[in-house]
Structures are given as C-alpha cells and as structure tokens.
Design a protein around this ligand. Structure first.
Ligand code: TYD
Ligand code: MG
Length: 453
C-alpha cells in the first residue's frame, strides 16, 4: 500500500511538521510553514521485505575515488572548486542581484564550450535576447553556448535529457516551477522539488550543474536552507554592486577545501581575476588619519586590505554606527574595548568603518585594524607619513583588552613585508593599550615610518 503525504516545511529553518501551525516548532518563526506534498511513501501497515545483510568494508579497503575535472578556464573559480567541476556534481552559486552570477556562469560555459565541451545555459530570469546581449561583451566562445529561456521544470528536465550537456547552468533555481506542486516559483516547496529533481537527473547522467541562487539582504540564500544540504558545493559571491571588486568563496565543498577564496573585478568585458589584490589595495591605501592596512587571510591566502574609519561629532541622540565590509556587532565590541581598555571613547560621535574595495572580512583578526583605524580617526593622528608605507596590523581583541593570536601570523607578516610594509602591529604587542601607546609615542616624533611593534 502506498500513499502521498502532506507536510509543512518552515521557510526559515526547513523544519518539518505534519500539521500546520502558526509558529514553527523549530525556530519559533511565525507564519513560516508552507505545505508540501511528498511522493508515495509506504503505508503504515506495510512490512519491510526481508533483505540480506551486507558486509561492511574497512575504510582502508575502500577504493579511493578520483574525480575527473572539467576546468572552467576561470583560474580562480577552478581553484575554489578544488580543481574544476566534477561531472554529476551540483554547485550552488549564491549572491545578491547584480553581483555578477550570470556573468561568471556565462563566462565559465563560454570557456567550456570553446574547449569542446557540451554546455547548456538555462535561464528563467532573462530572455534569450538579453542573455545574448551579455554574452556579446564576454570573451571566448560565450556566444556559442546553447541557451534555453524557460521556467517550466518538466521542459527543462526533458531538454537536459535530450541534449545531454556535460555542464549546465540553471539561472536561477528560484525561477523554475514544478507544475505538479501548488506553491509559487521560489517558495520552499518549489525550490526543494526543483533542486531535488535536477540533482537526480544530474547524478544519473553525469551532468555538472551550476545552480544560481539569490541571496536575501541578510546574506542568506533566499528561501530554503535545505538547498545547501542537497548540493555538493556552495559558493558565495560577495561584494557591493557599485564597487568593482567581488570575492568568491566556498562555504561548502565535497570535492575540495572550504577555505579558498578569490577576488574578481567587474570590467566592461566581464569579470577578471585579480591576482595581485594585495598590491592594488596597498597601492590605493591613503596615509590619512583613520586608515590602516589589515593583513587578512582570504581562505588560505593572505590579503592586504585597507580599513578606513571616520569619527565625527554626532547631532543624533543615538549616534550612527555605519559599517561596510565588517560585522556591525563586531564594531560594537571593538568600540567598547577601545573605550574601556584603550582610553579612546567615541560614545557620542558617529562612527563609520569601511573595508575599501567592497571586500568583506569575516575574521576576528580584523578587530585590531578596526580599533586602530577608529583610534587614529578619533585622535586625528595618521600612522604613516605621506612618503612612508602604510601601517599594517592584525589580531583579535579580547574583552579584557588583550590581543589574541590568530591563525597564519607568519604568512600575514610575510605578505606585508613583501609589499614593503615594515611597520606591523601584531598580537605580540600584548594588549590594545600597549599597541596604542607605542603608536602614539612613534607618531609624536612626527609622521614617518614606525618601527615594527
Ligand atoms: P549579472 O551577471 O547580470 O549579475 P547577477 O546575475 O548576479 O544578477 O551582472 C551584474 C552587473 O554587472 C550588471 O549591472 C552589469 C554589469 N556588467 C559589467 O559591468 N560588465 C560586463 O561585462 C557584464 C556582462 C556585466
Ligand atoms: Mg542574473
């Protein structure tokens, strides 16, 4: 006996309940449950057939698998993927609208098509004519990529079955619609069904699929978190639309490391990999009060980026705290430590902190850079003279004002040295107060190169 069931899935946390409820029992969100039908499941009375037991293997006896890789020709993308696309795998590329997801995937397909691979670009967002317009700007064989502008899931699956591409882009997963499900395209049930059916076909036919997914303002993949579990690899495309620099990083990767990230620049003719990002950011760094260079780690690579702060008299009861490129709560923590343990209080001033170039830093090692930039802005003292290289720093701030070590200290220092930055404040300084004291003493001698702390 078999029957289909109805379940209710939370659009916020993907918890399932058999009944509709006003509040999700998983995450407490209100009105987030949506109905989904499940395929045939064995009825309650059914008894499982007797099956023979299987002898488990020792891991050492298991044949290690090597994956053939399809290189996309975009070096940074291939590196982040762990050496290229694995046939039959699903890669989800998330990012906010306008960040360049369609551009990146179009370029990858163009390169693959140019290398003699069979490709297919499925778009539910744009018409074939719009996709052509984009492809005209792109290098390589972008114009040779076969395109299907379609939102009906069954048509897409039938086309995939007929065309049998080696690599396929679905742009985006939120625009496809399974006609046998009631929800609107982009709802939890729809996205899950779409991804599930595409996964099954991709695995069965060995098609590498790049699924494009939209991201909400908060940075989460719109709708279902479930997608992240379903796919083999999740890539996040970050940055700001108005800026030229974007970072691509792996959040999950079954076939490679998740610590890889790459920097791209959006140009007139598509996305270009930025291989000398540190040199560019250091070259563009100002020496004005409020500016320091953070020796950050982008995945397994060191990256020098400028952090700027502005502290100005506020006319608001609750002064502004505006950040770009770092976490807002982290700024609150840094300001509190700075006031309590660094002797720099900015309680009644507006504070703006910006990571230059639209780069996002998501590591505690950025704390010290934020603290020094704010201190420098508040006191109006520059850390480096006009002709001297900028001050570099890294380190996490503890709540008692101590500087905590972060990973890869030697690599960060080596990167700073490589680009001529001699003055580097590291967690070796001990406490925030000690670091500020040394810098203040050095700055009092006039703006010049500060000795390494
Ligand atoms: P797009 O890839 O369409 O973003 P997404 O698919 O993530 O929404 O492109 C985003 C922006 O990039 C768009 O505003 C136009 C711009 N762009 C360039 O600057 N140069 C180019 O070569 C292309 C194709 C787009
Ligand atoms: Mg797009």
């Amino acid at each position: 006996m078999a029957r289909s069931t109805s379940v209710f899935v939370c659009s916020a946390c993907a918890a399932e309940t058999p009944r509709w409820m006003g509040q999700c029992p998983g995450c407490g969100e209100w009105n987030s449950l949506q109905e989904e039908t499940r395929g045939k499941v064995p009825g309650r009375g059914a008894t499982p057939a007797r099956v023979a037991a299987t002898k488990p293997l020792r891991l050492a006896e298991v044949q290690a698998q090597t994956y053939e890789r399809l290189t996309t020709g975009i070096g940074e993308l291939d590196r982040i993927l762990g050496g290229g696309l694995v046939p039959g795998s699903l890669v989800l590329i998330g990012g906010s609208p306008g960040i360049g997801k369609s551009t990146l995937t179009s370029m990858a397909l163009g390169n693959l098509e140019g290398a003699g691979r069979r490709t297919l670009y499925v778009s539910g967002e744009e018409s074939a004519a719009q996709i052509r317009l984009r492809a005209e700007r792109l290098p390589g064989a972008a114009l040779q990529v076969p395109v299907l502008a379609e939102t009906d899931l069954d048509t897409v699956l039938a086309t995939l079955e007929a065309e049998r591409p080696e690599v396929c882009v679905i742009d985006s997963v939120q625009t496809l619609h399974a006609s046998d499900l009631s929800g609107a395209a982009g709802s939890v049930g729809q996205v899950r069904e779409v991804a599930d059916r595409i996964t099954r076909l991709a695995k069965a036919r060995g098609i590498a699929v790049l699924l494009v997914g939209h991201v909400t303002k908060e940075g989460a993949l719109a709708g279902p978190r479930v997608l992240e579990h379903l796919v083999d690899c999740v890539l996040q495309f970050e940055g700001e639309r108005e800026r030229t620099y974007r970072t691509l990083r792996a959040l999950k990767n079954r076939f490679g490391s998740t610590s890889e990230a790459g920097v791209f620049e959006m140009r007139q003719d598509g996305l270009v990999e930025v291989l000398d990002a540190s040199a560019r950011f250091v070259g563009e760094a100002t020496r004005a009060p409020g500016s320091v260079v953070l020796a950050a780690m982008e995945g397994s690579r060191p990256l020098l980026i400028e952090v700027q702060a502005l502290v100005s008299e506020s006319d608001l009861e609750i002064p502004r705290r505006v950040v770009s490129g770092i976490d807002r709560n982290r700024l609150a923590l840094v300001l509190a430590v700075l006031a309590r343990h660094g002797g720099v209080g900015v309680g009644t001033s507006d504070v703006f902190v910006n990571v230059v170039g639209g780069v996002r830093v998501d590591e505690p090692g950025a704390d010290l850079a934020v603290a020094l930039a704010v201190a420098s802005a508040a006191r109006g003292i520059a850390f480096a003279g006009e002709d001297a290289p900028p001050l570099a720093c890294f380190g996490e701030l503890g709540l008692t004002g101590e500087l905590r070590t972060v990973a890869h200290a030697e690599r960060r220092i080596a990167e700073a040295r490589k680009f001529g930055l001699q003055a580097i404040v590291t967690p070796e300084a001990g406490t925030l107060r000690a670091a500020l004291r040394t810098l203040r003493r050095e700055a009092a001698r006039g703006p010049r190169e500060i000795a390494t702390v």
